[in-house]
Design a protein around this ligand. Sequence first.
Ligand code: ACO
Length: 335
Amino acid sequence: KGCKLVGCGSAVPTLQISNDDLAKIVDTNDEWISVRTGIRNRRVLTGKDSLISLSVEAARKALEMAEVDADDVDLVLMCTSTPDDLFGSAPQIQKALGCKGHPVAYDITAACSGFVLGLVSAACHIRGGGFKNVLVIGADALSRYVDWTDRGTCILFGDAAGAVLLQACDSEEDGLFSFDLHSDGDGRRHLNASTKENEVDHPLGPNGSLADFPPKRASYSCIQMNGKEVFRFAVKSVPQSIESALEKAGLTGSSIDWLILHQANQRIIDAVATRLEVPPERVIANLANYGNTSAASIPLALDEAVRAGKVKSGHTIATAGFGAGLTWASAVLRW
Ligand code: ACO
């Protein structure tokens, strides 16, 4: 049994924040941000949108492109680390899409690697589980966990949603050639947004007494990041992982049509492309407009490239997500 990509879609909030806007709230400037990251603008969720509404919009566009009815979707995977509901958002997306077939729907949490891990999970469900039409949504609103007084992180992130529809097909049409997946919990110290420790004590308190009962409501700290370490990890591990996936697919960096990386930093994208010998004209990048949108960045970049007529039917794509966890995941596929 094979699986192929048959549709994509994306959605972003309307509020745009430029580098100049950020320079009004932290000590930074457009030149520093553009030179160090390639980012010029980002979109930020306001009360008008939710992550679910963006995801539903992206999913509807993917279904429309695929000409598949929502009733025929049998699995919805919502890849996000910033859900509207702590217990998961996928069932609410299923409901909003009005899927009468009542597909199973659940969330996957893997930060910026979430979309690629979701795609591979979807392929496994199709190949081994008999599923036929799987919606994979990558969506994040990191603006909810950004410290807007920290110039080291607040300049990087934006909010968005992207979706693809993966469909069962005969094995000769298979469009997911290979993948390569990794995690390293030791690297968590370089990038995390943890529950606040003093608020998640055991209900009976540290000494087992009732003095601290009831416990305070848990909350998360803002994103804590050692940018240099994350940068170093990305430029070392991501090319290795993509090379491994390309080798499994019998391809090389110079034989693929497109490289679509998680959109974290233009310098990371350039370094990975150079190492893989992918020429700049075959690299898709849109982070100048959206910043790092975490799990949404790959399907958002793919969707824009498909709709712009750059990525065409039959093209081969190498993709990789990487980030918090630490996690990193590559896949080689055909559009
Ligand atoms: N504006 C102006 N100056 C700044 C800013 C800013 N926004 N931020 C930092 N600086 C200053 C620093 O204070 C420092 O000043 P100093 O030399 O006087 O001490 C100087 O600029 C250099 O700072 P560095 O942190 O060393 O800058 P660097 O070149 O490493 O760039 C950056 C920082 C852009 C964050 C880079 O390290 C990076 O992109 N790392 C990867 C981060 C990433 O991709 N994270 C997302 C992972 S995805 C996920 O899972 C969430």
